[in-house]
Design a binder for this molecule. Structure first.
Ligand code: UDP
Length: 251
Protein backbone atom coordinates (compact mmCIF):
# COMPACT_ATOMS: atom_id res chain seq x y z
CA UNK A 1 0.00 0.00 0.00
CA UNK A 2 1.69 3.19 -1.21
CA UNK A 3 -0.87 5.64 0.13
CA UNK A 4 -2.24 6.13 -3.38
CA UNK A 5 -0.47 6.68 -6.66
CA UNK A 6 -2.26 9.16 -8.90
CA UNK A 7 -0.34 8.11 -12.05
CA UNK A 8 -1.60 4.53 -12.03
CA UNK A 9 -5.07 4.12 -13.53
CA UNK A 10 -6.91 1.46 -11.53
CA UNK A 11 -10.51 2.39 -12.37
CA UNK A 12 -11.99 3.24 -15.78
CA UNK A 13 -15.66 4.17 -15.84
CA UNK A 14 -17.31 1.82 -13.38
CA UNK A 15 -14.85 -1.01 -13.89
CA UNK A 16 -11.64 -2.04 -12.22
CA UNK A 17 -8.44 -3.15 -14.00
CA UNK A 18 -9.61 -6.77 -14.24
CA UNK A 19 -13.12 -5.78 -15.34
CA UNK A 20 -14.76 -6.27 -11.94
CA UNK A 21 -17.40 -3.99 -10.49
CA UNK A 22 -16.69 -2.28 -7.15
CA UNK A 23 -18.56 -4.91 -5.09
CA UNK A 24 -17.42 -7.95 -7.07
CA UNK A 25 -15.12 -10.63 -5.65
CA UNK A 26 -12.48 -12.34 -7.73
CA UNK A 27 -13.23 -15.93 -8.86
CA UNK A 28 -12.85 -18.33 -5.95
CA UNK A 29 -12.47 -22.12 -6.00
CA UNK A 30 -12.13 -24.23 -2.86
CA UNK A 31 -11.38 -27.88 -2.23
CA UNK A 32 -10.85 -29.96 0.91
CA UNK A 33 -8.99 -33.22 1.69
CA UNK A 34 -6.16 -32.48 -0.73
CA UNK A 35 -3.30 -33.83 1.42
CA UNK A 36 -3.03 -37.46 2.46
CA UNK A 37 -0.83 -37.11 5.55
CA UNK A 38 -2.63 -34.18 7.12
CA UNK A 39 -5.59 -34.65 9.48
CA UNK A 40 -7.38 -32.00 7.44
CA UNK A 41 -6.47 -29.91 4.42
CA UNK A 42 -7.79 -27.40 1.92
CA UNK A 43 -6.71 -25.71 -1.28
CA UNK A 44 -8.03 -22.37 -2.46
CA UNK A 45 -7.69 -20.43 -5.68
CA UNK A 46 -8.74 -16.84 -5.09
CA UNK A 47 -8.10 -14.75 -8.18
CA UNK A 48 -4.42 -15.41 -8.89
CA UNK A 49 -3.75 -16.49 -5.30
CA UNK A 50 -2.99 -20.18 -4.74
CA UNK A 51 -2.90 -21.34 -1.13
CA UNK A 52 -2.75 -24.79 0.43
CA UNK A 53 -3.37 -25.51 4.12
CA UNK A 54 -2.56 -28.59 6.19
CA UNK A 55 -3.84 -29.21 9.72
CA UNK A 56 -1.99 -31.61 12.02
CA UNK A 57 -3.27 -32.67 15.44
CA UNK A 58 -4.59 -32.35 18.02
CA UNK A 59 -1.43 -34.11 19.24
CA UNK A 60 0.46 -34.05 22.53
CA UNK A 61 2.33 -30.76 22.93
CA UNK A 62 6.09 -30.85 23.48
CA UNK A 63 7.98 -29.56 25.39
CA UNK A 64 5.57 -30.55 28.14
CA UNK A 65 5.93 -27.35 30.16
CA UNK A 66 4.01 -25.58 27.37
CA UNK A 67 0.98 -27.82 27.89
CA UNK A 68 -2.22 -26.30 29.22
CA UNK A 69 -4.40 -28.78 31.13
CA UNK A 70 -7.50 -26.69 30.28
CA UNK A 71 -7.16 -26.33 26.51
CA UNK A 72 -5.26 -27.05 23.32
CA UNK A 73 -2.81 -24.60 21.80
CA UNK A 74 -3.49 -23.59 18.19
CA UNK A 75 -0.36 -22.68 16.24
CA UNK A 76 -0.36 -21.22 12.77
CA UNK A 77 2.54 -20.85 10.37
CA UNK A 78 1.90 -18.64 7.32
CA UNK A 79 4.58 -18.99 4.68
CA UNK A 80 4.94 -17.07 1.43
CA UNK A 81 6.92 -19.36 -0.91
CA UNK A 82 10.00 -17.76 -2.51
CA UNK A 83 8.51 -18.39 -5.98
CA UNK A 84 5.03 -17.07 -5.10
CA UNK A 85 5.77 -13.43 -5.92
CA UNK A 86 7.31 -11.45 -8.81
CA UNK A 87 10.45 -10.57 -6.92
CA UNK A 88 11.79 -13.77 -5.31
CA UNK A 89 11.16 -13.70 -1.57
CA UNK A 90 13.97 -14.75 0.75
CA UNK A 91 12.94 -18.11 2.25
CA UNK A 92 11.99 -18.33 5.90
CA UNK A 93 10.01 -16.23 8.36
CA UNK A 94 10.09 -12.43 8.34
CA UNK A 95 8.20 -9.71 10.23
CA UNK A 96 5.23 -9.89 7.87
CA UNK A 97 4.83 -13.68 8.04
CA UNK A 98 5.19 -13.70 11.84
CA UNK A 99 2.45 -11.04 12.06
CA UNK A 100 0.10 -12.89 9.69
CA UNK A 101 0.70 -16.20 11.49
CA UNK A 102 -0.19 -14.55 14.79
CA UNK A 103 -3.40 -12.85 13.64
CA UNK A 104 -4.54 -16.02 11.85
CA UNK A 105 -3.91 -18.19 14.94
CA UNK A 106 -5.90 -15.72 17.06
CA UNK A 107 -8.80 -15.63 14.59
CA UNK A 108 -8.97 -19.44 14.33
CA UNK A 109 -8.64 -19.92 18.11
CA UNK A 110 -11.89 -18.05 18.57
CA UNK A 111 -13.90 -20.74 16.73
CA UNK A 112 -12.08 -23.99 17.57
CA UNK A 113 -13.31 -25.68 20.77
CA UNK A 114 -9.83 -25.82 22.23
CA UNK A 115 -11.10 -26.82 25.68
CA UNK A 116 -11.99 -30.26 24.24
CA UNK A 117 -8.31 -31.15 23.77
CA UNK A 118 -6.27 -30.30 26.88
CA UNK A 119 -2.47 -30.59 26.77
CA UNK A 120 -2.39 -30.81 22.98
CA UNK A 121 -1.43 -28.68 20.01
CA UNK A 122 -3.19 -28.15 16.69
CA UNK A 123 -0.78 -27.04 13.96
CA UNK A 124 -2.09 -25.12 10.95
CA UNK A 125 0.33 -24.64 8.05
CA UNK A 126 -0.67 -22.03 5.46
CA UNK A 127 1.52 -22.26 2.36
CA UNK A 128 1.10 -19.52 -0.22
CA UNK A 129 2.21 -20.91 -3.59
CA UNK A 130 1.18 -17.88 -5.64
CA UNK A 131 0.37 -14.44 -4.23
CA UNK A 132 -1.67 -11.61 -5.67
CA UNK A 133 -2.85 -9.68 -2.58
CA UNK A 134 -5.41 -10.91 -0.08
CA UNK A 135 -3.36 -13.98 0.85
CA UNK A 136 -4.15 -13.68 4.57
CA UNK A 137 -7.88 -13.73 3.76
CA UNK A 138 -7.46 -16.67 1.38
CA UNK A 139 -5.25 -18.45 3.94
CA UNK A 140 -7.69 -17.95 6.82
CA UNK A 141 -10.65 -19.04 4.71
CA UNK A 142 -8.81 -22.22 3.65
CA UNK A 143 -7.48 -22.82 7.19
CA UNK A 144 -10.96 -22.92 8.69
CA UNK A 145 -12.02 -25.35 5.93
CA UNK A 146 -9.00 -27.54 6.70
CA UNK A 147 -9.87 -27.54 10.43
CA UNK A 148 -13.43 -28.59 9.59
CA UNK A 149 -12.04 -31.23 7.21
CA UNK A 150 -9.96 -32.56 10.12
CA UNK A 151 -13.19 -33.04 12.07
CA UNK A 152 -12.05 -30.67 14.80
CA UNK A 153 -15.10 -29.30 16.66
CA UNK A 154 -15.71 -25.65 15.87
CA UNK A 155 -18.43 -23.14 16.76
CA UNK A 156 -18.51 -21.94 13.15
CA UNK A 157 -16.19 -21.33 10.22
CA UNK A 158 -14.06 -18.21 9.87
CA UNK A 159 -14.76 -16.40 6.60
CA UNK A 160 -12.44 -13.65 5.38
CA UNK A 161 -12.41 -10.93 2.73
CA UNK A 162 -10.87 -7.52 2.31
CA UNK A 163 -12.20 -4.18 1.16
CA UNK A 164 -10.37 -0.93 0.58
CA UNK A 165 -10.03 2.34 -1.26
CA UNK A 166 -8.76 2.60 -4.81
CA UNK A 167 -8.64 5.90 -6.68
CA UNK A 168 -11.09 7.39 -4.19
CA UNK A 169 -13.55 4.51 -4.63
CA UNK A 170 -14.43 1.91 -1.98
CA UNK A 171 -14.05 -1.57 -3.47
CA UNK A 172 -14.07 -5.16 -2.25
CA UNK A 173 -11.31 -7.79 -2.50
CA UNK A 174 -8.26 -5.85 -3.70
CA UNK A 175 -5.91 -7.52 -6.17
CA UNK A 176 -2.17 -6.85 -6.29
CA UNK A 177 -2.18 -3.62 -8.36
CA UNK A 178 -4.96 -2.19 -6.19
CA UNK A 179 -3.15 -3.22 -3.04
CA UNK A 180 0.14 -1.71 -4.27
CA UNK A 181 -1.15 1.54 -5.74
CA UNK A 182 -4.44 2.01 -3.86
CA UNK A 183 -5.09 4.18 -0.83
CA UNK A 184 -6.26 1.65 1.73
CA UNK A 185 -6.58 -2.09 2.35
CA UNK A 186 -8.89 -3.43 5.08
CA UNK A 187 -8.60 -7.21 5.48
CA UNK A 188 -11.31 -8.66 7.71
CA UNK A 189 -12.47 -12.04 9.01
CA UNK A 190 -15.70 -12.81 10.79
CA UNK A 191 -17.54 -15.61 12.57
CA UNK A 192 -20.72 -15.35 10.46
CA UNK A 193 -23.16 -17.01 12.88
CA UNK A 194 -22.21 -14.69 15.71
CA UNK A 195 -21.52 -11.65 13.49
CA UNK A 196 -18.25 -11.37 15.38
CA UNK A 197 -15.15 -9.77 13.87
CA UNK A 198 -12.02 -11.86 14.49
CA UNK A 199 -9.58 -10.03 12.22
CA UNK A 200 -9.52 -6.40 11.22
CA UNK A 201 -6.37 -4.73 9.99
CA UNK A 202 -5.99 -1.50 8.10
CA UNK A 203 -3.17 -0.36 5.88
CA UNK A 204 -3.77 3.22 4.67
CA UNK A 205 -6.32 5.89 5.55
CA UNK A 206 -10.13 6.09 5.43
CA UNK A 207 -12.58 8.71 6.66
CA UNK A 208 -15.22 7.54 9.14
CA UNK A 209 -17.86 7.25 6.38
CA UNK A 210 -15.48 5.47 4.04
CA UNK A 211 -14.59 3.05 6.83
CA UNK A 212 -18.29 2.24 7.40
CA UNK A 213 -18.74 1.61 3.68
CA UNK A 214 -15.60 -0.54 3.39
CA UNK A 215 -16.52 -2.45 6.57
CA UNK A 216 -19.93 -3.32 5.13
CA UNK A 217 -18.43 -4.35 1.79
CA UNK A 218 -15.90 -6.60 3.50
CA UNK A 219 -18.61 -8.22 5.68
CA UNK A 220 -20.79 -8.79 2.58
CA UNK A 221 -17.74 -10.35 0.90
CA UNK A 222 -17.16 -12.59 3.96
CA UNK A 223 -20.77 -13.79 3.77
CA UNK A 224 -20.36 -14.75 0.11
CA UNK A 225 -17.16 -16.61 1.01
CA UNK A 226 -19.01 -18.33 3.89
CA UNK A 227 -21.64 -19.70 1.48
CA UNK A 228 -18.87 -21.09 -0.74
CA UNK A 229 -17.17 -22.68 2.29
CA UNK A 230 -20.38 -24.39 3.37
CA UNK A 231 -21.03 -25.67 -0.16
CA UNK A 232 -17.48 -27.00 -0.39
CA UNK A 233 -17.83 -28.93 2.88
CA UNK A 234 -21.25 -30.21 1.91
CA UNK A 235 -19.92 -31.33 -1.49
CA UNK A 236 -17.05 -33.16 0.18
CA UNK A 237 -19.40 -34.84 2.67
CA UNK A 238 -21.76 -35.92 -0.10
CA UNK A 239 -18.83 -37.38 -2.02
CA UNK A 240 -17.80 -39.27 1.11
CA UNK A 241 -21.22 -40.83 1.69
CA UNK A 242 -21.80 -41.42 -2.05
CA UNK A 243 -24.42 -38.78 -2.67
CA UNK A 244 -24.18 -36.91 -5.98
CA UNK A 245 -26.32 -33.82 -6.57
CA UNK A 246 -28.73 -34.80 -3.77
CA UNK A 247 -29.44 -38.27 -5.24
CA UNK A 248 -28.02 -41.30 -3.51
CA UNK A 249 -25.41 -43.05 -5.60
CA UNK A 250 -26.01 -46.82 -5.38
CA UNK A 251 -22.41 -48.02 -5.97
N1 UDP B 1 4.07 -9.34 -1.64
C1 UDP B 1 5.26 -9.50 -2.33
N2 UDP B 1 6.40 -9.78 -1.62
C2 UDP B 1 6.40 -9.88 -0.25
C3 UDP B 1 5.21 -9.69 0.42
C4 UDP B 1 4.06 -9.42 -0.30
O1 UDP B 1 5.30 -9.43 -3.56
O2 UDP B 1 7.46 -10.13 0.36
C5 UDP B 1 2.85 -9.10 -2.42
C6 UDP B 1 2.00 -10.37 -2.51
O3 UDP B 1 1.39 -10.45 -3.79
C7 UDP B 1 0.94 -10.10 -1.46
C8 UDP B 1 0.74 -8.60 -1.65
O4 UDP B 1 2.04 -8.10 -1.82
O5 UDP B 1 -0.23 -10.89 -1.67
C9 UDP B 1 0.04 -7.91 -0.50
O6 UDP B 1 0.70 -8.18 0.69
P1 UDP B 1 0.08 -7.84 2.10
O7 UDP B 1 1.21 -7.74 3.08
O8 UDP B 1 -0.85 -6.69 1.99
O9 UDP B 1 -0.74 -9.16 2.49
P2 UDP B 1 -1.98 -9.87 1.80
O10 UDP B 1 -2.81 -8.82 1.09
O11 UDP B 1 -1.41 -10.88 0.82
O12 UDP B 1 -2.71 -10.53 2.91
Amino acid sequence: MSGGDNDVVLIKGNKRLDGRGFDELRDIKMEVSVLERAEGSAYIEWGKNRVIVGVYGPRELHPKFLQDPTRAMLRCVYNLAPFSVDERKKPGPDRRSVEISKVCAEALSSVVMLERFPNTVIDVYVEVLQADAGTRCAGLTAASLALADAGIPMKDLVAACSAGKVQGQIVVDLMKEEDNFGQCDLPMAIIPRKSEVVLLQMDGKLSRDEFKQAYKMAVDGCMKVYEMQKNTLLGSMNKFVGVEGGVENGD
